[in-house]
Ligand binder design. Sequence first.
Ligand SMILES: *Cc1c(COP(=O)(O)O)cnc(C)c1O
Length: 425
Amino acid sequence: MARRRAAVPQGPFHVSPVFVAQAQGAVVTDVDGNVLLDFTGGLGTLNVGHANPAVVEAIRSQAAAFTHTCFHIAPYEAYVALAEKLNAITPGGFAKKTLLVNSGAEAVENAVKIARYYTKRPAVIAFEHGFAGRTLLTMTLTSKVMPYKFGMGPFAPEVYRMPYPYAYRSGQPDEHAFLERAIAGMREFFKTHVAPEDVACVCLELVTGEGGFIVAPPRFVKALATFCRAHGIVLIIDEIQTGFARTGTLFASEQYGLEPDLITMAKSLGGGMPISAVTGRAEIVDRVHVGGLGGTYGGNPVACAAALANIAQIEALGLCARARIIGQRLHSRMLGWQTRWPVIGDVRGLGAMQAMELVTDPGTRKPNQELTATLVQRCGAHGVILISAGSYGNVLRFLVPLIITDGQLDEGLQVIEDQLAAVLR
Ligand SMILES: *Cc1c(COP(=O)(O)O)cnc(C)c1O
């Protein structure tokens, strides 16, 4: 850690002081021989688990054949095979094409480029509590100021921010009234902020990732999608954190009956390797001229081989069904905690993408960032790696690898329960 402090800037944070020696499945072993449960799954990248043997074997075999050529110099089959696979498994009964790049931010950047090119319009709509990455455009699309944007302006132009339908903080206890107001607000936005004729695309997370696992109500999403279609606005669904079985279906869009124009994917696409994708309507993605999209490392063959093995594992292990079971276990355990400790203000999620929002008082709902940070720290010290989320830093989110056993899940949850009991005693 002293060497890390001396050689690496403080900017790239770490939630746990553990230096990893080895990791397998849901278990991380540190350089001192401590064994920990990873409830963050490499920040949502490891739905198939750490060092999944099929993914490791695919990496080994591709690396032995060749590690890189650059797709723009000499193409190779793995890129094409992954594009075919993503075209086939993403929702949407229309012709699709896929662009491969390296990170989530790069996927969102490219989705916006494609949408602007196709529509010949400038404006992009992002959401409060949204996260899109750390590059200039995606940092601009991101809502949370500290730490992502603070002191780093000026930001990219023509980005407009719409309120996210956040039931718990809407101040509206009646669900129907909340939805009516959210949908009316969405339509009003195109009168008071930006004209629909100027909007290239809307970038939406169906469940906010960094924003604290707020689940967008299906009726709001349907109204927004209908509005976009009526006005020629490209609907980009960011499935970077929700994708690849996390929410109980391969993509969260399926549960909304959505066929997005463009889908961005990254985190659990590569089974731990850095790779991301934009998949969408062929007529939109294919409009961009030759050379208008790409990058030196985009769709690196080793990462493509890992992604293909990763998707095959998700299918073979039935991880969508497993995610629903894990989600039920997490959700019911947290509801039990909530009856004991009312500072657990909200319990929410979709499939295995579950979280709890901590408050100082269930009446005022004042965010309790301090308790959240204390729990992350104490659980880490007791062998469970956790990460928080939310614009107010007061959400504990679970991104457990979906191959976690029931025993490991219960053991980790017991650690969290014990720490809740110790802190809230
Ligand atoms: C993590 C994330 C990104 C950014 O991905 P990076 O690989 O960190 O650039 C974008 N959108 C969502 C929803 C994410 O969760």
